[in-house]
Design a protein around this ligand. Structure first.
Ligand SMILES: *Cc1c(COP(=O)(O)O)cnc(C)c1O
Length: 341
């Protein structure tokens, strides 16, 4: 029994998901003629109160398209220093949008509305890049799966509008936030200009992300996707997995959150742990004591069939997801409490 806690990207399609994929009706999506892709796009847009959507191969592509079509060369994107768009997209903002990045130091990856104004450059002074976009990540992966609640999103949206900034959401794990807070996803549409959501994280689809926005934005995004080589043909086979995921795997994310808290309680008592970051959703980030080598700790877990990743320095990350059962969670707790290192 392999227990893979490295990421919620490791989920594999279940039998009913594969069946939905096998039975998908398909067409050429570059011609917008794939009925399953169209259904997925319509469903995604409606869920978030947005006009339109575009199905893309990855979350990196949806983020990069959103950033590229809404910024010009020399613009500046304001985001938290822990954000995925800055840390984990290969420096794509510099290449795809030719824009610069202004890093804000929020609390566990969450930007406070009061931090936005002070990071906007003077518009009429040619020394500065043009502040043009505010981008947030909900939940914030590197922050430990932290949640932006709707009231903070509303306040950030207000500041963005006041300063003429586009407002983008990297919502790779937005459903983890929504099931935990019980907030209404349709509210999101009125706050953001663009939203990226991942179907291949905890929702369990093998591939795929959606970019949501206005009709006009999605027309531009469609062109950009083609240019990047992301126009897919009979993509309905994978879109079917996304539809299945949205219909069946959203509510159950709560189980992952409960399991993350169960493991957290064990870590808090473990003699080799220095600190556990607040656990709000399915991600656990903790630091090991200085005398514990992360590579040794990860190796010790590996020998018990548990996979985890080093998250820089003394930090280790565990991610709960669809393929981690209650029995596996109990096993992880047992191993962690008995580990001698
Ligand atoms: C996974 C992830 C993405 C997109 O990643 P892809 O692997 O390109 O699908 C974007 N943002 C965050 C926060 C993520 O965790």
């Amino acid at each position: 029994m392999l227990i893979d806690l490295r990421s919620d990207t490791f989920t594999k399609p279940t039998a009913p998901m594969l069946e939905a994929m096998m039975n998908a009706e398909v067409g050429d999506d570059v011609f917008a003629e794939d009925p399953t892709v169209n259904a997925l796009q319509e469903k995604g847009a409606a869920m978030f109160g947005m006009e339109a959507a575009l199905f893309c191969p990855s979350g990196t592509m949806t983020n990069q398209i959103a950033i590229a079509v809404q910024n010009r060369a020399g613009d500046e994107v304001i985001c938290d220093k822990l954000s995925h768009i800055y840390n984990y997209e290969g420096g794509g903002i510099a290449v795809n949008a030719r824009a610069s990045v202004r890093l804000v130091e929020g609390e566990n990856g969450l930007i406070d509305p009061s931090q936005v104004g002070i990071n906007i450059n003077p518009r009429l002074d040619a020394h500065y890049a043009m502040s043009n976009m505010l981008a947030i990540e909900n939940t914030c992966n590197k922050g430990g799966g932290t949640i932006y609640k709707l009231d903070r999103i509303a306040a950030l949206s207000k500041v963005a509008k006041e300063h003429n900034l586009k407002f983008h959401l990297d919502g790779a794990r937005v459903f983890n936030a929504l099931v935990e807070t019980g907030e209404d996803a349709t509210q999101y549409g009125k706050y953001f200009d663009s939203i990226s959501i991942c179907l291949s994280k905890g929702l369990g689809a093998p591939i795929g992300s959606l970019l949501l926005g206005s009709k006009d934005l999605i027309v531009q995004a469609h062109r950009k996707r083609k240019m990047m080589g992301g126009g897919m043909r009979q993509a309905g086979y994978i879109a079917a997995a996304g539809l299945y995921a949205l219909e069946n795997n959203v509510e159950r994310l709560k189980e992952d959150h409960a399991r993350a808290r169960q493991i957290k309680d064990v870590l808090l008592k473990a003699h080799y742990v220095n600190e556990v970051k607040p656990v709000e959703t399915n991600i656990l980030i903790f630091s090991l004591n200085d005398n514990v080598e992360p590579a040794k700790f990860i190796d010790a877990l590996d020998q018990q069939g548990i996979k985890a990743i080093n998250f820089g320095g003394q930090l280790v990350r565990f991610v709960l997801h669809l393929d981690i059962t209650q029995a596996m969670t109990d096993k992880v707790c047992e191993v962690l409490s008995e580990l001698s290192i």
